[in-house]
Design a protein around this ligand. Structure first.
Ligand code: NAI
Length: 332
């Protein structure tokens, strides 16, 4: 019997290893493509009814028109966020499934490690000692104890991050349009409005999904409301921050430090080895020139546990579709 084949875009060697390890018991095969899905690559989908994508594939109206023309029936996201898919334009014409939740500990723990690395300047100390420089000049940080951490979006990931911050005895305040008072009581944080969060926080960490409404939430105006020297942490999505405004605020020392695991124009760079190329993105280049910016390549989710969860949910999502079952992880 010929097995149904599913086309994976933006597949890395670790995707292939993981999916190949688990896919045996499923009744379909996977064809792995390294390229990202966009207007230039959409023709690869010819002959496939099911495709799988990741965070930096582009599913915009021209791509969607082609997917429909080629008969694609299901788009399987190997991630939680779906800001890269124009769901309104699809309007139910192709089914969409995602991995709504996987080890939220992965991202929460990573966020905490970014805060501590940046605060205690471990990234600089590592380089110094390896070069035989044992001076600690310029490496002074601050105690987290009694500092105020402001969390924007108090969902699954944020609640674990809050627990970790509470472990440092930091005060935590949160903004979320859908507050949950029982979580707040249990974890020991309080909900505030955004202006209060900006005004009172020493560290601001972003954990909300990217939507049309909160695009560039962190911009010149919102940063003006923040404490001088605030630390901004983004493991959410790049476009939550207006990077040009952030660069200005870093130059003015309004923002004292920034930990960024995501970047608004990350698609051309993140997840790729660009070490032999010139960085043509001047904004990214400028960000990388600040010694108080810690920038990583969208790796907060990258733990064994999270990756196994993503793999298994993705395979189950495909299987459910093929068996005509209800799609519990459908995006509507
Ligand atoms: P979640 O859905 O459990 O929580 C999101 C929270 O944000 C909800 O409580 C929601 O009410 C709130 N929210 C929605 N709009 C908001 C707004 N405009 N302002 C403030 N809060 C708002 O999601 P989860 O699992 O905690 O993930 C959060 C985000 O983290 C994802 O949407 C994704 O963009 C990002 N993420 C990043 C990863 C990485 O590797 N860097 C990996 C996984 C997720």
């Amino acid at each position: 019997m010929i097995k149904m084949r599913v086309l994976f875009f933006d597949a890395k060697s670790y995707d292939k290893e993981n999916f190949d390890a688990y896919k045996e018991k499923y009744g379909f095969d996977i064809k792995y493509l390294k390229v990202k899905l966009n207007e230039e690559t959409v023709d690869f989908v010819k002959g496939y009814e099911i495709i799988s994508i990741f965070v930096n594939d582009t599913v915009n109206p021209p791509v969607i028109d082609k997917l429909i023309e080629y008969g694609v029936k299901l788009i399987v996201l190997r991630c939680a966020g779906y800001n890269n898919v124009d769901v309104n334009y699809i309007n139910g014409r192709i089914k969409l499934v995602r991995v709504p939740a996987y080890s939220p500990y992965s991202v929460a723990e990573y966020t905490a490690s970014m805060v501590m690395t940046l605060n205690r300047k471990i990234h600089k100390a590592y380089v110094r000692t390896r070069e035989g420089n044992f001076s600690i000049n310029g490496l002074m940080g601050f105690d987290l104890h009694k500092k105020t951490v402001g969390v924007i979006g108090a969902g699954r990931i944020a609640r674990i991050f809050i627990k970790i911050m509470r472990g440092f005895d930091a005060r935590v305040i949160a903004y979320d349009p859908y507050p949950n008072e029982s979580f707040a009581r249990d974890l020991g944080y309080e909900y505030v409005d955004l202006d209060t969060l900006y005004r009172e926080s020493d560290i601001i960490s972003l954990h909300c999904p990217l939507t049309r409404e909160n695009t560039y939430l962190i911009n010149r105006e919102s940063m003006k409301k923040m404490k001088d020297g605030v630390m901004i942490v983004n493991t959410g999505r790049g476009r939550l921050i207006d990077t040009i405004d952030l660069i200005e605020a870093l130059k003015d020392k309004k923002v004292g430090a920034a930990a960024l695991d995501v970047y608004e124009e990350e698609a051309g760079y993140f997840f790729e080895d660009m070490s032999s190329s010139i960085i043509e993105d001047d904004i990214l280049g400028r960000l990388l020139s600040f010694n108080n910016v810690l920038l990583t390549s969208h790796q907060a989710y990258f733990t064994k546990e999270a990756f196994r969860d993503i793999t298994l949910t993705t395979l189950e999502n495909i299987q459910s579709f093929l068996q005509g079952k209800e799609l519990e992880n459908e995006i509507k």
